[in-house]
Design a protein around this ligand. Structure first.
Ligand code: PMV
Length: 313
């Protein structure tokens, strides 16, 4: 059983697409995948919770993703899969998705990493977690126009890490685990569309958008230091500042603002959207695990999906 974890971006989403750093944390929940040799003549992927079966050759997105992953696998590899006489055997992949899609939790990247891991096991291909993250960018490109790669890297490696496009993931030493509450706004958003919307803003007002990204990058670097120092209060303030800058890029919504406000009124150290924004999830930083549970209960009255994650524990 291969696993791809979900992630939250603590700070730095969107700027990361343009080469700025982002600070992210892997989640314990994600996607499990298995792969076996198919009895049929097709490569098939089944996404169990959604009841979707897709065959390579169709234009179903899951089939296109599987095709992209298979295309990069060496042909004729038998490994544990059996005969290579007629080239690569057809595969049957099953995925179990524990994450909501369109929520900013890196669902599609987690599927890509889990599917890559399941096929690696089937074909006895050895890769490090980082290599698997890089490889599964093929999957992500089917779903997103211009992925930075942060979701894949985190889905494969986890922990708390600083990511910069094209560079190896930099693990961050966490002095005190981060008690996070994740709350879904109930609004679904398409990362591809939101990233394209930000690109249009940047085309029209390059200086304004690049200044915002520069300011966010400074917050990311400070946040890394706060995590290393165990300064949760300082980290919370940085989350709030990042949220203001994201709202200035028209990435927040009334519902996200409401959830952030409630979290702060309930004593959160800071709160912001996470991932692409314009819907999806928000994260709030609590003082400790017990406080996070209390905050989660308060947010659950206004959110269809809430969870507590102790990042870096
Ligand atoms: O919405 P998610 O979980 O796919 O996160 C997207 C993060 C962005 O920075 C907005 C895009 C990217 O590719 O890094």
């Amino acid at each position: 059983m291969a696993f791809g974890r979900g992630k939250v971006i603590l700070l730095g989403e969107h700027g990361v697409v343009y080469g700025h750093p982002a600070l992210a944390a892997g989640l314990g929940v994600g996607v499990h995948a298995t792969a076996r040799v198919s009895e049929s003549d097709d490569d098939v992927i089944v996404a169990r919770p959604w009841g979707v079966t897709a065959r390579v050759g169709s234009d179903e997105p899951l089939a296109l993703g599987l095709q992209a992953i298979l295309e990069g696998m060496p042909s004729g590899v038998a490994g544990s899969a059996g005969s290579a006489a007629e080239g690569r055997p057809r595969v049957h992949v099953e995925v179990d998705v524990e994450l909501p899609g369109g929520a900013g939790l890196g669902c599609s990247a987690a599927i890509g990493v889990a599917v890559t891991g399941a096929l690696d096991a089937l074909f006895a291909i050895e890769r490090t977690a980082e290599e698997r993250g890089d490889y599964s960018l093929r999957w992500e490109r089917v779903f997103h126009g211009n992925p930075s790669g942060v979701d894949n890297a985190m889905a494969a490696v986890g922990g708390v890490a600083l990511f910069r496009r094209g560079q190896p993931l930099q693990s961050v030493r966490v002095k005190k685990p981060l008690p996070l509450v994740i709350a879904h706004s109930g609004e679904s958003s398409s990362t591809k569309e939101i990233v394209a919307m930000v690109a249009r803003q940047r085309d029209e007002e390059t200086q304004r958008v690049d200044e915002a990204f520069g300011a966010i990058a400074a917050l990311v670097n400070d946040a890394k230091l706060a995590v290393e120092a165990g300064d949760l209060k300082g980290l919370g303030q940085l989350l709030d500042l990042n949220q203001m800058l994201l709202a200035g890029l028209m990435l927040s919504t009334e519902k996200i603002e409401e959830l952030c406000r409630v979290a702060r009124e309930e004593g959160a150290l800071g709160a912001k959207l996470t991932g692409a924004g314009a819907g999806g999830c928000m994260i709030a930083l609590a003082k400790d695990e017990a406080d996070a549970e209390r905050l989660r209960e308060a947010l659950a009255k206004r959110s269809p999906l809430t969870l507590v994650a102790m990042a870096g524990a």
